[in-house]
Design a protein around this ligand. Structure first.
Ligand code: GLC
Length: 611
């Protein structure tokens, strides 16, 4: 078989993965290869707590604590070689029963240096370093003390000298870096807590600065790197009932499942490269659709993890996520109309929209609600602070219409703008497919949603759009970039748009160093480093850019895009989010939807603003 890699390699590096069989390559994949249930066998394992987790292009570094002992681990990847390094105090007595699992994969291959040093040649290199094949992958494990290494068929056991207790390495997620840092600094200040175990050593690890900044003069590198990210985040899962098509993980550093709105954004970017890849990105979401029409929030690789987090016996949580799907479908079909895909997408969207009407619109006013903060995609946003409190005050009342609600239901402005687009898209698709009745029905429904957004969500006094409570239609007066989706969806009037643009360019509100903080900077709860409480997210910039273009604010759109590109170009990759006050990247690197800037660059190029 001849495989030509030259063009792809140039941008994407190792985009192909191979599964080795008994006699050579068993299967070749476009995308990295994962297994369906990575956690199945380690469910019962003792979990270390992660005190510090830092990601950069070299890999992931973690400081862990297990039973009062601190460990440092470093995980990276070189081509198909997973590099795992572990350091711990020489005098500690721990037993390491190593089951290193593919959960640790990161996607970078820039540790050529290590490879050049020839450390990956043999099997056991010395008594503290060894290489091993595990599940058709090659692992390099390095430890700072002598190890007994026992390579078995399906697992590797490695024992340090003087071991007594059992310890199995597993990953645990969900701890924010801020929490971790807080905990560690308090531990370092409190010598009792660290029980004399290497306070100095931990301090020195914490004080290490990481060389992240590489200045660039133009956006060429960012452009290439974004392509690299969107193409190499592709993954293939074997033995999975829903994840049957390749799809993009939001970032292999930390988010290793398929997410609904992330994939819609990925598909938008992929459609600029190859519409078939863009379509492929959406198929698993279609397959995951529930009989009642809901398209789930996430599709986990592992049922066990899903159960642990969501208390359901399923690969998917009970929630959905912002319905950006219709936007992606429209992009794909505008790029190249394909009747079969249009028909499938139409059927899926129609059922999905019916689900919103029956399960997320208790007051039947054609504005739908979020009933869970994670469902909104804006996990810990200031928008949900009051709704969460309200539910806690009157749980029985709210649970009487939404038994699973974790906040008082909110008719969110962005959600309903997306629903408006979804309804219009259904209407357009129906028309094209010859179903005129559905087309008319959905056109009327869309119009009704638009009317209600204008009626309930606009506040003349402050000149802004707000979320409203479903039961009272009272406004939640928190200004966020969600309001700019009214311009993306072409719902705001020209006059309203004018007012929104004033807010956007006001340095006290949204025009911060890295513009569009996830809550306006004049909100007392604004925290430029707070996840959805003040960091800047690129998907919001993308919506707003197109919103500005829709209303003829071309210079403003250009200003927003150029500022974004300039700041992103200072870092080596496209990060999950940015400190809105300093512009520094935070969150995970190689983040999929941040590659939406490719779409902005293309548009600037069309307008001859960029070459
Ligand atoms: C975080 C974000 C959510 C996103 C997910 C995967 O939970 O808050 O919006 O979909 O990560 O990237």
């Amino acid at each position: 078989m001849n495989i030509v890699l030259s063009n792809k390699r140039e941008i994407c590096g190792n985009i192909l993965s191979a599964v080795l069989g008994e006699t050579g390559v068993k299967r070749l994949y476009f995308g990295e290869y994962f297994r369906g249930e990575p956690f199945a066998e380690i469910e019962a394992a003792k979990k270390p707590s992660i005190l510090v987790e830092t990601w950069d292009l070299k890999g992931i570094e973690r400081i862990l604590e297990v039973e009062g002992v601190f460990l440092r681990e470093f995980i990276s990847i070189y081509k198909d070689i997973i590099v795992y390094s572990l350091e711990f105090p020489r005098e500690c007595s721990l037993c390491l029963k190593g089951r290193i699992i593919p959960h640790y994969w990161s996607s970078r291959d820039n540790i050529d240096e290590m490879a050049r040093e020839g450390r990956f040649k043999g099997e056991v290199i010395d008594n503290s370093t060894f290489l091993v094949f595990y599940e058709n992958r090659l692992f390099a494990v390095k430890c700072n003390q002598n190890l007994d290494i026992n390579v078995k068929k399906s697992k590797v056991e490695f024992r340090a000298e003087n071991m007594s207790k059992d310890f199995v390495l597993v990953a645990s997620g969900g701890v924010s870096k801020e929490t971790v840092l807080r905990e560690v600094s308090s531990a370092v200040e409190n010598p009792l807590k660290i029980a004399g175990l290497r306070a100095k050593w931990i301090k020195s690890l914490l004080s290490k600065t990481r060389p992240l900044q590489t200045k660039r003069k133009d956006f060429t590198d960012l452009w290439k790197y974004c392509w690299y990210v969107i193409l190499t985040n592709r993954s293939v899962i074997e033995n999975h009932p829903i994840l049957v098509k390749p799809f993009n993980m939001p970032t292999k550093y930390v988010f290793r499942h398929q997410w609904l709105w992330d994939s819609a954004f990925h598909a938008i970017v992929l459609s600029l490269y190859d519409v078939n890849l863009a379509k492929e990105e959406l198929y698993n979401l279609f397959y995951a659709q529930k009989p009642d029409g809901r398209i789930p929030h996430e599709i986990f690789l592992s049922k066990i993890i899903c159960r642990r987090l969501w208390h359901v016996d399923d690969y998917c949580p009970w929630t959905t996520q912002p319905p950006v799907l219709a936007v992606a479908i429209k992009r794909i079909l505008d790029e190249k109309y394909d009747r079969d895909f249009a028909k499938l997408a139409f059927e899926k969207l129609l059922k999905y929209d019916e689900w919103f009407s029956t399960k997320r619109d208790a007051d039947q006013d054609n504005l739908v609600s979020y009933i869970d903060y994670l469902e909104s995609g804006w996990d810990n946003s200031v928008r949900w602070d009051d709704p969460v409190t309200r539910l806690q005050e009157k749980p029985d009342y709210y649970h009487s219409f939404y038994p699973r609600a974790r906040m008082a239901p909110v008719e969110a402005v962005d959600l309903n703008c997306l629903i408006y687009i979804q309804r219009k898209t259904i209407s357009e698709l129906a028309k094209r497919l010859g179903d005129h009745r559905t087309s008319e029905k959905y056109s009327t429904l869309a119009e009704e949603t638009r009317r209600k957004i204008l009626q309930y969500m606009w506040d003349e006094e402050t000149g802004f759009f707000y979320d409203v409570y479903e039961d009272t239609h009272e406004k939640i007066l928190v200004k966020t970039p969600a309001a700019f989706l009214t311009m993306f969806a072409k719902i705001a009037t020209q006059k309203q748009a004018e007012k929104l643009v004033k807010h956007l360019f006001d340095p006290r509100e949204f025009w911060t160093t890295f513009p569009l903080p996830s809550v306006s900077a004049d909100n007392p709860k604004y925290d430029p480093k707070g996840y959805w409480r003040g960091r800047t997210w690129i998907n919001m910039i993308w919506f707003t850019y197109w919103g500005l273009v829709n209303y003829g604010y071309l210079n403003e759109a250009k200003k927003l895009a150029l500022r974004t590109l300039e700041l992103m170009s200072r870092g080596p990759t496209c990060y999950e989010n940015y400190n809105s006050s300093t512009g520094e990247p935070i969150g995970a690197p190689d983040f999929g939807w941040s590659t939406l800037v490719i779409d902005l660059m293309k548009d600037l190029e069309r307008r001859k603003i960029l070459d």
